[in-house]
Design a protein around this ligand. Structure first.
Ligand code: HEC
Ligand code: HEC
Ligand code: HEC
Ligand code: HEC
Ligand code: HEC
Length: 228
């Protein structure tokens, strides 16, 4: 009897997994780098056109509406919700077929608000374009920041002065880490996070050190904080 050497059966079974792993890893790394370098992620100054020329300078600045009136999940969830049409319609309901306005309505015939009125009539959301967009492999969480006293202004700038939202921070890994290594100067009382023009009466580092103690804030730099 002649015995030929044969690989044990598990090698055969494992082979497809090995290939899948190698190919998968290569694709994953390529994807990460490509996505990480794509303009929508790291382009400071990215300012896409929106279907409605919605002005934060008017609504959040002049009319002094709190960010949470519209972005109402920002303290509770990872994502800051973009308001539904119903939120706009509270103030911008259209006129009925006879041109009569039944509720209090600002600019009920404005052509700029046509997509809002269409959305209210059809139930289809207004198609806002995302301004900030991290790659999916990086995990971000709004509530983890705003409930620990990191203001919107630290990451989004003076949105209350913007006619159109523009990305002011690179959202790169080194940008995240710069603050995570030393968050102290960026901390303020959590109830002030949406007051973008707020300035402390004492030095920001003294205030920050106190808040850091009170809220037990740590410097989080483990890879698994943001890649999970
Ligand atoms: C009246 C409702 C309203 C208020 C108040 C409001 N926003 Fe917005 N916000 C919107 C809408 C609608 C969009 C989507 C269109 C756009 O990007 O302009 C948006 C978009 C944004 C974006 C960009 C989101 C993205 O796509 O990346 C940021 C950042 C933002 N808001 C921050 C704020 C901050 C900070 C405040 C408080 C100073 C605030 N907003 C107050 C309605 C509002
Ligand atoms: C520590 C930095 C940081 C702070 C503080 C912060 N944001 Fe953001 N924001 C981001 C990042 C990063 C994104 C992109 C998230 C993504 O693509 O997954 C984002 C996205 C958004 C979006 C788009 C929807 C979403 O969640 O992707 C809105 C709206 C927004 N932020 C509003 C706010 C408001 C309002 C505040 C303050 C109450 C705030 N942000 C505070 C970093 C921050
Ligand atoms: C609390 C009331 C209120 C809410 C809610 C509100 N707005 Fe307004 N908006 C106003 C007021 C008041 C003005 C007009 C200010 C002026 O003309 O001086 C205005 C003006 C506008 C204009 C300019 C219209 C024109 O023809 O000049 C647009 C566009 C607009 N809003 C979009 C929106 C969108 C989109 C939403 C929802 C995300 C929204 N608004 C939510 C009160 C509101
Ligand atoms: C301006 C300062 C600042 C910036 C910029 C910042 N962070 Fe943070 N981050 C913090 C602080 C402060 C905490 C709270 C730490 C704690 O709870 O001990 C935090 C917490 C987090 C948490 C929750 C950690 C946990 O274990 O609960 C995640 C996830 C996170 N950050 C991701 C990011 C990412 C991703 C970016 C960049 C896109 C970023 N952060 C940018 C200050 C910042
Ligand atoms: C505070 C959050 C945070 C921490 C901690 C963090 N990363 Fe990242 N990382 C990010 C973000 C955000 C991006 C996306 C950057 C971009 O889009 O340019 C990223 C991108 C990457 C990329 C893609 C290539 C690149 O540079 O764009 C790799 C690889 C990576 N991280 C590895 C790590 C490793 C390894 C660790 C631990 C030593 C780590 N990260 C810790 C937030 C973080």
């Amino acid at each position: 009897m002649m015995h030929r050497f044969v690989f044990p059966a598990w090698v055969d079974r494992a082979f497809p997994f090995t290939i899948a792993f190698v190919v998968g890893t290569a694709a994953y790394v390529t994807g990460m780098v490509a996505w990480g370098l794509s303009p929508s992620t790291i382009d400071v100054g990215y300012q896409p056109k929106q279907p409605v020329p919605f002005s934060h300078a008017l609504h959040a600045g002049k009319l002094k509406m709190d960010c949470r009136y519209c972005h109402n999940t920002v303290e509770k969830a990872a994502r800051a919700a973009i308001p539904a049409t119903a939120t706009c319609v509270k103030c911008h309901a259209g006129a009925d077929g006879n041109g009569a306005v039944t509720t209090v309505s600002v600019h009920s015939q404005s052509p700029k608000l046509l997509p809002v009125r269409e959305s209210a009539a059809t139930g289809k959301s207004v198609l806002w374009t995302k301004v900030h967009d991290l790659p999916d492999y990086a995990y971000f969480n709004h509530s983890a920041h705003v409930t620990r006293g990191v203001s919107c202004v630290s990451c989004h700038g003076r949105v209350d002065k913007m006619e159109e939202v523009v990305q002011v921070a690179p959202l790169s890994m080194s940008w995240c880490l710069d603050c995570h290594r030393n968050p102290t100067p960026h901390l303020r009382p959590p109830e002030k996070v949406t007051a973008l023009d707020w300035t402390p009466e004492e030095s920001p580092s003294v205030l920050g050190a106190r808040i850091k103690d009170q809220l037990h804030i740590e410097s989080k730099t483990n890879c698994s904080t943001c890649h999970r």
